[in-house]
Design a protein around this ligand. Structure first.
Ligand SMILES: C[N+](C)(C)CCCC[C@H](N)C(=O)O
Ligand SMILES: O=C(O)CCC(=O)C(=O)O
Length: 396
């Protein structure tokens, strides 16, 4: 029989925990039969952790390969009624002994980050919604390229997380420099456009971006099952007249929709809308919702909005089609609201990074020559670098 069976045994110790910042704290463990409860004075809530979770998450070198961080423990045949035979809390570590003698240790920081009640990594959200009035002025979002490999890169990620835009300055106006600066954020994403592009008003592609017309605020790649996460704009030849860049915060659009037009928000959160790209030998098509939410927290995660790249609306019921046009006009009015959009005239030397899951972009019509270079970065690569740079790599 486990020594803790049925009883409420309490272990206390003084400990330091980096994750929650206040020291020293008192922690305690209670066994509740199939799970244990861990409390630390500076945690906002205690953690209830099933014994099966604890056995599976043993981080000893036998259960979890320290080189590959892959699981070697045979979870498929683990006894579902497994219980530790010994429980101890030593310093900031929980020590468990299992009936077969196997020993497991977990730091409180690990438990806080990775068991259900803590899940701070899911809940981390530093986003600040902005409007034309509150958009961080450009001098605040500029980061000289010379500092990019140092603290500058943290600044770039902080800005991308908070506002969905960052501007890196002092970059040479050529493609190699565009790639070099983008690679700090992630490898370029290869699509049918290639790894990178040079965009002029030359009709080179079956897309209005390659003309001189104005483009309303949109997100790119609504015809891909996963839209590119970051879009990089490097203006190397600004138009003599016009061609300003329009930016609109999709997070703010989502917030306004949620509060002022909840029916429309709900519609676009529950109905998939098809996007397409036809031309250049492509038949790209994707069917996804306009507002996408985090699968665990339900927080707004992505806005997919492009009125140009809409495919025939063949996927909605007759009634939903009627609702769609009504709700779309509401949504469009929030996107084009005077208070929403910020206009920037990008100049050679500056590279603009836009979170394409959040911030919409567009441009004013222009005359004369204009050329910008660019690339995309995938969501996975962006998030991976973000975790590394911001030291969120607690997943080990
Ligand atoms: C970025 N790049 C110039 C290569 C393509 C522009 C694509 C714009 C397109 N309508 C879309 O939303 O994807
Ligand atoms: O020309 C521009 O500034 C933007 C074009 C555009 O929307 C795009 O490349 O995705």
């Amino acid at each position: 029989m486990p020594t803790t069976s049925g009883s409420l045994r309490k272990f206390s110790s003084s400990l330091e925990s980096q994750s929650v910042g206040i020291t020293p704290v008192v922690a305690s463990v209670h066994d509740h039969g199939s799970r244990i409860e861990v409390r630390a004075k500076n945690w906002p809530n205690s953690l209830h952790i099933p014994h099966v979770w604890l056995r599976d998450h043993c981080r000893c070198a036998q259960c979890y390969d320290p080189k590959t961080f892959q699981c070697n423990f045979d979870v498929a045949t683990m006894p579902l009624n497994i219980r530790p035979s010994k429980i101890a809390l030593l310093q900031d570590e929980l020590h468990l002994t299992w009936p077969d003698g196997h020993e497991s240790r977990y730091t409180l920081q690990f438990l806080w980050h990775h068991s259900h009640g803590g899940h701070t990594s899911h809940a981390r959200d530093t986003r600040v919604a902005w409007s034309a009035k509150t958009f961080p002025p450009l001098h605040q979002i500029s980061v000289p390229e010379s500092t990019i490999s140092g603290p500058g890169l943290r600044k770039v990620f902080t800005l991308l997380e908070q506002y969905g835009v960052a501007l890196i300055t002092e970059v040479s106006p050529d493609l190699d420099s565009t790639i070099a600066v983008s690679n700090h954020i992630g490898p370029t994403l290869k699509t049918f456009y290639g790894d990178t592009w040079v965009v002029r008003a030359n009709g080179e592609r079956a897309d209005a971006a390659y003309t001189r017309v104005a483009l309303g605020a949109h997100t790119d790649g609504t015809y891909f099952t996963q839209a590119p996460r970051v879009q990089v704009f490097h203006m190397v030849e600004a138009a003599p007249e016009g061609g300003e860049t329009l930016l609109v915060d999709g997070l703010r659009v989502a917030q306004v929709m949620q509060t002022k037009h909840p029916d429309a928000y709900d519609f676009f959160s529950t109905h998939a809308i098809p996007g397409q790209y036809i031309g250049d030998g492509q038949q790209q098509y994707a069917l996804l919702k306009t507002f996408i939410h985090h699968p665990v927290t339900g927080a707004f995660q992505q806005f997919r909005y492009n009125l140009y790249d809409r495919a025939p609306l063949s996927t909605l019921s007759v009634g939903a089609v009627e609702q769609y046009y009504r709700h779309l006009q509401t949504l469009a009015s929030v996107v084009t609201d005077q208070d929403a959009g910020v206009w920037l005239k990008l100049q050679p030397g500056s590279v603009l990074f836009v979170d394409n899951w959040r911030v919409l972009h567009g441009r004013a019509a222009f005359s004369g020559p204009r050329c910008f270079l660019g690339c995309y970065i995938s969501n996975d690569d962006y998030i991976s670098t973000l975790r590394t740079v911001m030291q969120l790599n607690v997943m080990k």
